[in-house]
Design a protein around this ligand. Structure first.
Ligand code: 6LW
Length: 490
């Protein structure tokens, strides 16, 4: 059957996958958002269903007031002898740690830290040994892919950290993963940085400690010279075999907003690219070493995609997220409505405003929700970070209530439109395509266009960082807001 890329749309970067008990499981990075590390399940590597998160307790990860795009960087998920392990980095506290569970649908353990630096940690279980791998500098000051052996019960290092490969010369050698395949050890990594120069390279050895021989045609996968082409930034991959014995790389990439406009605002998404092993034991990826928009895959299933999101068909503990650790007393969320209590913390702050969000999944979107507020300001924020976000809200004014459209780009805090309202209640509407967001307010069915904002000013290229647009419902200004009849259609 045919599938199209991305197989998981929206801000779900740095994917890692494993196979266990007849299913595939995938985790992604989550940065300042809580819960951390979204967790997905699939039968076929194409259709992914989020089943929860890995970091669901404050005790597992420190996110208090951390910088946007700080916090939880790339994770790795592995399964060994009935136990799942997820290892990642809190890039704000500079800690590499892992958690484990024996029930993929249950809670995960408290964190176990490993005294090796760098980011993008990974694990290899092999012949009774557990290898901890990350990028950075080893115990002798040598930089590259660094590895030590650990006691996985305690996280204790059982060997020094040693550099085992220095890549192929690309900048930002990251995302190392090692695999034992047909008796050989394959070490795969990303180079070039997670933007337009991103690429996947690999090497192999007869020993997990090397020496590693680089694939002679590296990079094995990149879209850096595939232009003009919407899919870019291909890199940061994990190798996996499907149930039919076919190999794939699950990796990150992004979709730029137009053939000639090199901006992406949905964040880095998940792409699936076929891999073929040759007789010589080396593997190739894609048709020509690039990731295309569609491929064939063995299997008797159809690719599915959720196109409508409502309060009724989403799960507050799965589909929705908060900025850093939420103050629980400010949220009363049900299938019927979301009730939010605003505080003096706003969406302009590097903090935890009263905000509950859901990742934007595609360019073309029609998003609407009924909002009522008694004071302050409550509404929708199309949010990249505290500096770049577009807000359409209802706020209390001297003369009663008004609808406001605010366009925030860097130090430019622009009020695009203010429209008086009969009462503190209206339907707020955001309609988007790949290049712009249009904002409307509707009272008694009469729509007023408040203005628009270009998506490129919410892009990673403008804003920096590693996240993607999250559609937030927010309240600020010591108030109470009620959100009802939410509808997000793609
Ligand atoms: C991720 C690393 C990276 O851990 O960015 O640029 C970090 N590359 O692989 C956050 O996605």
């Amino acid at each position: 059957m045919k599938y199209t890329n991305p197989v998981l749309k929206g801000f779900y970067p740095d994917p890692s996958v494993c196979y266990a008990n007849g299913k595939f499981y995938m985790v992604c990075s989550s940065f300042q958002y809580f819960p951390g590390v979204p967790l997905f399940e699939s039968d076929n590597l194409v259709n992914w269903t989020q089943i929860g998160h890995v970091l669901t307790r404050k005790s597992q990860v420190m996110l208090e007031k951390i910088n946007s795009s700080g916090g939880v960087f790339a994770p790795t998920i592995r399964y060994h002898e009935g136990r799942f392990y997820m290892v990642t980095t809190n890039d704000t506290t500079h800690e590499n740690f892992y958690v484990y569970t024996d029930d993929i649908h249950g809670e995960w353990s408290e964190p176990i830290t490993v005294d090796q630096g760098g980011i993008d940690p990974s694990l290899l279980f092999d012949d009774g040994h557990v290898y901890f791998i990350s990028n950075g500098c080893d115990d002798f000051g040598v930089g590259g892919v660094v590895q030590c052996e650990i006691n996985v019960q305690t996280g204790e290092k059982l060997s020094p950290s040693r550099c085992i490969w220095q890549g192929t010369g690309g900048r930002y050698l990251e995302s190392p993963h090692m695999y034992r395949i047909n008796g050989g050890y394959y070490l795969m990594a990303a180079e070039g940085g997670t933007e337009y120069g991103h690429m996947i390279t690999y090497a192999r050895s007869d020993s997990p400690w090397g020496p590693f021989e680089s694939y002679h045609k590296n990079p094995v996968l990149t879209n850096r010279n595939k232009a003009p082409y919407i899919i870019q930034g291909i890199g940061h991959g994990d190798l996996i075999q499907d149930k039919n014995g076919n190999w794939f790389i699950v990796c990150l990439g992004f979709r730029q907003i137009h053939m000639w406009m090199t901006y992406h605002h949905l964040g880095r998404e998940v792409f699936l690219t076929p891999v073929k092993f040759g007789e010589d034991g080396w593997f190739t990826a894609g048709v020509d070493g690039t990731t295309d928009s569609e491929y064939e895959i063995d299997g008797d299933f159809v690719q599915t995609e959720k196109k409508l999101y409502t309060f009724e068909n989403t799960d507050v503990n799965v589909d929705w997220c908060y900025l850093r650790h939420p103050h629980a007393e400010n949220y009363d969320l049900s299938k019927e409505r979301f009730l939010l209590h605003g505080t003096d913390i706003t969406v302009d702050d590097v903090d935890s405003p009263t905000f509950v969000g859901i990742r934007q999944r595609d360019f073309n979107m029609d998003f609407s929700v009924d909002v009522s507020t008694d004071a302050g300001e409550s509404g929708i924020t199309v949010y990249m970070c505290e500096n770049e976000h577009y807000d359409i809200a209802i706020r209390k004014s001297e003369n009663g209530y008004e609808a406001v459209l605010k366009l925030n780009i860097g130090n430019v805090k622009h009020i695009q439109a203010v429209v008086p309202l009969k009462e503190g209640k209206a339907r707020l509407i955001v309609r988007s395509d790949s290049v712009s967001y249009n904002f409307f307010v509707s009272e008694s069915g009469n729509e007023t266009h408040l203005g628009y904002g270009n998506s490129k000013y919410l892009s990673s290229e403008v804003s920096g960082g590693f996240t993607g647009v999250v559609l937030g419902l927010y309240a600020q200004g010591n108030n109470t807001a009620v959100f009802e009849n939410l509808k997000i259609e793609y």
